[in-house]
Design a protein around this ligand. Sequence first.
Ligand SMILES: [Zn+2]
Length: 625
Amino acid sequence: MLHRSLRAALVLFLTTAAAPSFAQDAFDARFARPDLPDPNEYRSASGRPGPAYWQQRADYEIRATLDPAAGTLSGEQTITYANRSPDTLAFVWIQLDQNLFTSGSEGAQAFPGDAGAASDGGFEIRRVASGGTELGHRIRDTQMRVELAQPLAPGGTVAIDIDWSFRVPEDGAQRMGRDGDHFLLAQWYPRMAVYDDLNGWNTMPYLGQGEFYLEYGDFDVALTVPATYLVGATGTLQNPAEVLTAEQRAALDRARTGSEVVHVVTAAELSDPASFRPTTQGTLTWRFRAENVRDFAWAAGPRLVWDATAWEGTAIHALYRPEATAWSEAAAMTRHSLDFYSGYLIPYPYPSATAIEGPVFGMEYPMVVFVAPEPLREDLFDVLDHEWGHMWFPMMVGTDERRHAWMDEGIDTFMNLLSKEIYFPESDPVLENTAQYAAAILSYREQPIGSLPDEFAPEGPGLGIGAYIKPAVMLTALRELAGHELFDATLASYARTWAWRHPSPADFYRHMEDGLGMELGWFWYNWIETTQTQDLAILGVDQSEVGGEWQVTVTIDQRGRLLMPAAVTATSGTATSTVTIPVEAFYGTDRATATLTLPVRADRIVVNEGPEWGDINPQNNVWTR
Ligand SMILES: [Zn+2]
C-alpha cells in the first residue's frame, strides 16, 4: 500500500521526469544483496571467528541398556556443561528428539504419515538432578527447559544428571530405528541445545526434516546389549578384550596396519553365535570413548558381517547383514571417501569410521554412517560417499542444520560430484546433477535454497532440490567463475577455519568472497534467497575482417533473472579466443556484447558452455556457422 500523499508526489515525478533517465536510474532488483548481520567482535568481516568468538561445550557420560525383547533403550547420563558465553544462564534447554515419535508431537502434526507418527515412542524422563538436588524442568514437545539450582556464571560449569528410557521406533524418521533385532540408535539420549551469539538458545523443535545443531565435547559411553550382539559406534572401543574374541582382535590389528579388507566376522559364522562371540549368555557391556564430537550414534544386532580396513591409521569398519551383498565393497568405498575428502579439504581427524547397514536410507553421525542395503554398487557408493562427506560438513564444520540445510547438504552434494568422478570415471555426475535441477524446476513449485528445512513441502522434490541439488549446481558454477584451484583452496580454508565451530551463512559468504577476491552479494541473493533461473543465450553474431584479423561481436541475452557473467569463447580449428563479460555489464539491461579477435572466421561460439555453469537451457548457449 502507498500513502496518498506519496502517490501524488509519484504521479508528479512520473509526468515530469524523462522516461529514459528513469529507466537508467531504477534499481535493478537482479542485483539485490542478502541482508547480513554486521560483523562484530564474535564474527569478523573476513568470514572468520572474531577476537571474542565463543561457543559452549558439552561432555557426556552415558550408561545405556538395550532390551531387544521389550524394544526399549534406557539410560543414565551426566552432561557436563561449560558456559563460555559472556552471559549468566538461569536455565538450560535440552533436546528430547525421541518425543517426535509420539502421536501428538508437533512433527507428527506437521508431517502426518512421516516421522513414525503412529509409534508409541517418546522419552520417559525419570530424573533430572545436579549434585544430588532435583532440578525443576518442563517439557515442550522435543525440548526440555531445566531450571538450574544456581545461575551459571560465565566461565562456570554445571553437571546435569538425567535418567531416561524410550521405546525404539521401527521407523525413526529415516534417522534411526529397528528392523527386528537389528537396531540403529541415534538421537537416543537427551542432548544439550546450542546457546550461541546468533540466536541465544536454539530451541527450534525437531519436526523431522530439519536435522541438528549441537555442541562439541567428549563422550564416555557404556552400552549393554545381549552377549550375542555386535556393536558399532562413534569413537574407539575401550574394552575389546571383554567383548571380542582373540581372533577378532588379531584381525582388527591386521586391518589397522594394511590397506586390504580383513574379515572380522564372516557370513558363514553367523549361524553359530558361539563361533564368533566370547560368550552367548547374558549381556556384555561395550565401552566407547570419542573426543571432540558433536554427537554419538551406534548400532547393535546379532547377525552382522564385519569387514575392517584402514586409512592413514583410521580404523574403517563395515557392519552389515549378509543379504546386503553389495556391502562387501563398503569398507573399500569408505576408504576412498576418507582419502578424497581429506585431500580436498582437511585430513579426517578421527580414529575410526564405521559404516552400518540397516533400515535407514542414509544418515550421518560422527564417525558413523547408517545406509540402506542398496543392491546396486553405484547406488551404494552414492549414499555412502554422501554420508562420509558429512564428516566434514556438519560433523567438523558445525553448522546449524535445523536452519540452514544447504550449508551441510549442499556443500556435501557439491563435493560428492568431484569424489564420484574419481571412483566411477565413466560417470558424469556434474551433468546428472545440473540436468536433475533443470528438469525438476519445470515440474514443481520451487522453494528457495534458504528456506528452513521444515518449510519445504514434504511431497515432491523440494528439500532434495533446494538443500542438495541446487546448492551443488550453485557451487559448481561458482567454481567455474572463480577458477577451480582458488575455489578449492578457499573452500578448504573455510573448512579449516570453522572446524569444530559454528559458522553462519554470512560467515560462509564472507569467507568465500575474502578468499576469492569477488563481491558476490548478487550471486548469493539470487541463488539462495530466490528461485530465479539462469539462462544465457547467444542472440547474435557479427563477424568482419579488420586489418587481416577477424573481429567477432557476440550479443548475449540474459533470459533468466539469475544473472551470471558471460564467458564467451569463439573457435575456428585450433584458433580460440575467450572474453568474459562481467555481470555489471547487464545492470539495467538484459543484453551486452563481447568482441573477440581471431586470425580466421569463427566456426563455433559458446557462452558458459557445459553443465558446470548451471544454465537451465544449454541449447541456446552454442552458435555454429
Ligand atoms: Zn546429507
